[in-house]
Design a protein around this ligand. Structure first.
Ligand code: SDX
Length: 381
């Protein structure tokens, strides 16, 4: 019996697949909310560990809860020798996102808890992964340049430890605040592709390491988390504000997508891009790269004049690369930094989903031959 004709929602555009109280993206108003708090409020007042707690547990922690949470993360933040050896063996040749995906999977393979579907064990795996990511991503950054690993410092914050494990220097307050804000801005974002991948994986009652490995694999793509690396490349290719009009016109004429612009949900300016743009302006001015920022600003003007009517504006990936570049990171590290933040949203939403689990299994509309066809032996084909 052939399927009745049903409408196909390619890419699940506009389809609501679950309910969540973790966060909300208002694409028309350009508003991003984590558990009821506007992203601007959290970026101005909070810190990444507090926001991770908020996303995971539904409320901002009091002083005791915050101390216990930080202490819990510190108990598993170190990397064991074979994880460091694995990173050193593959980082010089592989893309940092491929290394990150491999390392998370390797840590999962080592953890006996990864055979459990118990909710408490899934939470344990979430916190263990979150605690290790500053050292993992920092070690990947160093190993890709042939540098030795730096052990994380339990006195430092999540953001500061990532910078310390990457550079070997404890960051000044300004650099720590910039990185911390970037992590807050990237911590969660509704049912984006990588979070959805995590949900599909965890809905089969697979373990959290498997769900996060799915999410990292998905985030790597240039239409998603990989856009920040390519957006900075485009800005450098345009090189001067006066080039923006003709370079972008040429790219658009060839139907090329301009990385860092457009969004499935935001049809107005991405509120995260607004905050990142301010940081990009101040850090590029401080390190004498104002031209880069002026070029980006002109690209924004050109793109909005051409495609603003279609709801195409800068997204989170357009200015973030400039900020990371000014902190000394290679562009290939931009997406792993995205993952370092998004671990909070991936795990918070996965834990929320399995508390009222339903296996994801959508349909595909069959448009092949109805059959049944006769089988013809190979000699007669
Ligand atoms: C992230 O989902 C999330 O929340 C993701 C994220 C998060 O925090 O998790 O916000 C992070 O992934 C941000 C997006 C990063 N990706 C990019 O910057 C890549 C460039 N952007 C595009 O590829 C695109 O805008 C998408 C993929 C982000 C969204 O595209 P859709 O919703 O699938 O829409 P589409 O590709 O069908 O585009 C609709 C029209 C097309 O033109 P027509 O065929 O109708 O003539 O808009 C055009 C597109 O060509 N268009 C663009 C464009 N984005 C859309 N044209 C040029 N440059 C672009 N960037």
């Amino acid at each position: 019996m052939m399927q009745a004709d049903t409408e196909v929602h390619k890419g699940l555009e506009g389809v609501i697949v679950t309910e969540s109280s973790v966060g909300f993206v208002d694409g028309q108003a350009g508003r991003l909310v984590y558990r009821g708090y506007n992203i601007e409020t959290l970026a101005d007042n909070s810190n990444y560990e507090e926001v991770a707690y908020l996303l995971l547990y539904g409320h901002l922690p009091n002083a005791k809860e915050f101390e216990n949470f930080r202490a819990r993360l510190r108990t598993t933040m170190d990397l064991n020798a074979d994880v460091v050896a694995l990173i050193k063996s593959i980082a010089p040749k592989a893309h940092p996102m491929s290394v990150l995906r491999t390392v998370v999977s390797f840590i999962g393979a080592q953890d006996q808890k990864s055979n459990s579907t118990d909710l408490r064990d899934q939470e344990e795996m979430s916190l263990k992964l979150m605690s290790k990511l500053p050292a993992i991503v920092g070690t990947i950054s160093r190993a890709s340049k042939g540098q030795d690993a730096i052990k994380p410092d339990p006195e430092l914050s999540y953001a500061a430890n990532f910078l310390y494990c990457s550079t070997g220097k404890r960051p000044d307050k300004e650099h720590e605040k910039i990185m911390d804000t970037c992590l807050i801005l990237h911590a969660d974002h509704g049912s984006n592709a990588s979070t959805f991948s995590a949900l599909v994986t965890i809905s089969t009652l697979a373990d959290m390491y498997s769900a996060v490995t799915s999410a990292i694999s998905t985030l790597k793509g240039p239409l998603h988390g990989g856009a920040n690396e390519l957006a900075l490349e485009t800005i450098k290719k345009v090189a001067k504000p006066e080039n923006a009009e003709h370079v972008l016109s040429e790219m658009l004429a060839k139907k090329e997508k301009i990385m860092g612009f457009g969004h499935r949900v935001y049809k107005v300016y991405d509120p995260r891009a607004r905050i990142l743009k301010k940081y990009a302006e101040s850090v590029t001015r401080r390190n004498g790269k104002e031209d880069l920022f002026r070029t980006a600003e002109q690209m924004e003007k050109v793109m909005i004049s051409k495609l603003g009517e279609k709801g195409i504006f800068p997204n989170v990936d357009f200015y973030s690369g400039m900020v990371y570049d000014s902190l000394g990171f290679d562009s290939r590290m931009f997406t792993p930094i995205f993952a370092l933040a998004r671990i909070a949203g991936w795990t918070a939403r996965s834990l929320e989903y399995i508390r009222d689990n339903k296996l994801f299994r959508p349909k595909a509309k069959y448009i092949g031959e109805a059959g049944p066809k006769e089988y013809v032996g190979i000699q007669k084909r």
